[in-house]
Design a protein around this ligand. Structure first.
Ligand code: GRG
Length: 311
């Protein structure tokens, strides 16, 4: 197998199986009391798409392929630091979903095709599960973990420097989003919300993958452009799917944006123009990779896979 011809399904399978095992390792390492362990385990093992870990792995492989003449012909495809970064983004993302579903936020009772964490375990446990998953995301990037080579101080510092401010921006974005409920917002205002709420973690995922492969400044710039376009496209798509898809397909309730009187791209520009906008963002994202990396980058496959969800 070479990176140039790495099939996206193969990459997804590798990411999912590696992540599943590593989630168990990190949760067992945390030794959480009951029912906190069960609540975290439940939330972390729902049928999520694993977009952010896939972005880490694809960012890593894209940089690696362009910086070494040799092809990647061994399994596993990613190194231990890359596994840590995949864990960090999935733990942080799942924490945000648990808290976002709480009655004081979006008050949703379905997530990843199952009852939300607070419906299953109660609000207090769900709140703590979100809290501890957030802590574990940072631990994944820095602590000694069974089955992982120790991470160097330099690498841990560079990953944390990419991750921490973007984790913080996700929460700021959520505040801006709450502030915008029941209000008419402009497109630039909506964009500012989502660049933080959704985009920042997507950016962290790609850049941490790149950092694990020792990306240079030009590569970081291209990957930042890719991630920022994909991050926004992903949110525009989420707004569209909220009105065009079904609860069964998404595994979460549809129509919830309307119910909460949220500002969305669909409200701002209608489904058709929002779809065109998402497409243009995905195209801009792939262009940034095309211009700077091998055309067979798995980041391009990933952007195309995300775009296909639309159809
Ligand atoms: C800190 C409470 C708190 C919230 C932060 C990220 C976030 C803000 C809330 C999550 C809810 C939400 C609708 C976010 C928009 C981004 C988005 C589309 C999330 C869903 O991500 P997917 O589709 O989910 O990757 P899966 O379940 O597939 O992992």
């Amino acid at each position: 197998m070479t990176n140039q011809h790495l099939n996206f399904d193969t990459l997804s399978q590798q990411v999912i199986s590696t992540l599943q095992a590593d989630i168990e390792t990190l949760l067992n390492h945390a030794n959480l009391p009951s029912p906190l362990h069960e609540a975290c385990h439940y939330a972390m093992t729902g049928q999520g798409k694993k977009v952010r870990p896939l972005l880490v792995a694809s960012g890593y492989l894209t940089v690696l392929a362009s910086s070494q003449a040799a092809t990647i012909d061994t399994l596993p495809l990613f190194d231990d630091n890359c596994r840590r970064a995949m864990l960090a983004v999935e733990f942080l993302h799942t924490y945000s979903l648990i808290h976002d579903d709480l009655p004081c936020m979006d008050d949703d009772d379905l997530r990843r095709g199952r009852p939300t964490c607070h419906i299953k375990f109660g609000e207090a446990t769900a709140l703590l599960a979100g809290d501890v998953l957030q802590t574990l995301a940072f631990e994944a990037l820095s602590a000694d973990l069974p089955g992982f080579a120790p991470i160097s101080n330099d690498k841990a510092a560079s990953l944390l420097t990419l991750f921490a401010p973007r984790a913080r921006r996700m929460v700021s974005g959520q505040m801006l989003d709450l502030n915008a409920e029941n209000k008419q917002v402009s497109q630039p205002q909506l964009e500012a919300i989502h660049r933080d709420k959704t985009g920042a973690l997507i950016e962290a995922a790609v850049l941490m993958g790149a950092a694990c492969a020792d990306a240079n400044d030009t590569q970081y710039q291209a990957l930042t452009s890719f991630a920022s376009n994909v991050g926004l496209a992903f949110q525009v798509q989420d707004d569209i799917l909220d009105v065009t898809s079904s609860t069964d397909t998404l595994g979460k309730p549809t129509g919830s944006d309307e119910g909460l009187n949220k500002s969305t791209y669909v409200k701002l520009m209608g489904v058709e123009a929002a779809t065109d906008y998402a497409k243009s963002l995905f195209l801009a994202a792939t262009q940034a990779i095309d211009d700077n990396f091998d055309k067979n980058s798995s980041l391009i496959d990933l952007a195309q896979w995300l775009w296909q969800r639309q159809k």
